[in-house]
Write a protein that binds this ligand. Structure first.
Ligand code: FES
Ligand SMILES: [Fe+2]
Length: 324
């Protein structure tokens, strides 16, 4: 039976979400984006400063992403040429001496960290309650530039993030010989899973590996795999609206540890990550949300995960969710 998306109890969660990558940030660029159930524009000013605004001009509603222009550190509306600074304040109405005090674009807090643009979303526009995430490897020598793979998934951020707290699905969905036995810790807006394993190399010698998954809210899951090689998967999930998520896997490898992205081992790792994601997508797009799941021993910390996830739903929404 297909899930009725309308019955999901989650609104769009608050948090930092990826809204761009370094290679999309040429000065003067304006991109229309549809995220968080809103029409938005991402603007890169002439000096490279990045801002995310509600797309529609407060004057008569033109969409700034279609014909709007960057002028220095400001953006000019295509309809009557009002000009807004990168804080969203109107700074010029070409045919009026007075600027109406409410002439302001809705602006989302943004941060560019390690080549990723993060925007803070909160349904009532509350200020950020935690810092935008950093991924130090992306600035360190040896780590290869990110290569991206993306999907539009008919699901919710919480369903994707719950996967890491669900060890029992790895056998059935991903074909693992045995379920992983991760150490999982929840702390403030993060949760981390660490799995240690021993396996045999082709020559019979033993090798130990460590798989660490760290979630920063419901928008970023960073996978660090350490063993004979070091690999990084930056998993960013940005809500498109209440029924779909723009999900990306962005891969990097530590070339100083002898692995290259286009080597056999690098390709095999990426292929396996994509294969597992697509197995999960098939489940997510067709499941319903079970608000009162029937859990058993071995199911892992799904209940703790859900308690942790409630912090990303604001006020009344969190209470409504908790009351189900
Ligand atoms: S609609 Fe933007 S200036 Fe008139
Ligand atoms: Fe999975």
């Amino acid at each position: 039976m297909r899930a009725d998306r309308g019955e999901y109890p989650f609104p769009i969660p608050s948090g930092w979400f990826r809204v761009g990558f370094r290679e999309e940030l040429e000065p003067g660029r304006i991109d229309p984006l549809r995220l968080f159930g809103e029409e938005l524009v991402r603007v890169v000013d002439a000096e490279g400063g990045v801002a995310l605004f509600g797309a529609h001009c407060p004057h008569l509603g033109a969409h700034l992403g279609y014909g709007g222009r960057v002028e220095g550190r400001s953006i000019r509306c295509p309809f009557h040429a009002w000009r807004f600074d990168m804080q969203g304040e109107c700074v010029e109405v070409p045919y009026s001496k007075k600027i109406p005090p409410k002439a302001r674009l809705q602006r989302y807090p943004t941060e560019v960290r390690n080549g990723i643009v993060w925007a803070w979303y909160h349904p009532q526009q509350a200020a950020p309650t935690w810092e935008a995430p950093t991924i130090p490897e992306l600035e360190q020598p040896g780590w290869s530039p990110l290569t991206h793979h993306g999907w539009t998934i008919r699901t919710r951020n919480q369903e994707i993030a719950e996967n890491t707290a669900d060890p029992a699905h790895f056998r059935a969905v991903h074909g693992f010989g045995e379920a992983p036995d991760p150490q999982i810790e929840f702390e403030a807006h993060t949760y981390q899973s660490v799995t240690l394993s021993r396996s045999q190399r082709g020559d019979g010698s033993a090798t130990e590996s460590r798989l660490e998954v760290t979630w920063h809210g419901l928008g970023l899951g960073v996978v660090r795999s350490t063993g004979d090689f070091e690999l990084l998967v930056v998993g960013t999930n940005t809500p498109i609206d209440e029924s779909a998520v723009d999900a990306r896997f962005s891969f990097s490898v530590n070339t100083a540890r002898g692995l290259h992205m286009d080597s056999g081992a690098g390709k095999a790792f990426i292929g396996e990550a994509i294969r597992q994601m697509e197995q999960d997508i098939s489940i997510w797009e067709n499941k319903v949300f079970a608000p009162r799941p029937v859990l058993c021993e071995g199911d892992g910390p799904i209940g703790r995960f859900r308690n942790w996830a409630k912090q990303f739903y604001a006020g009344d929404e969190a209470r409504a969710l908790a009351a189900r």
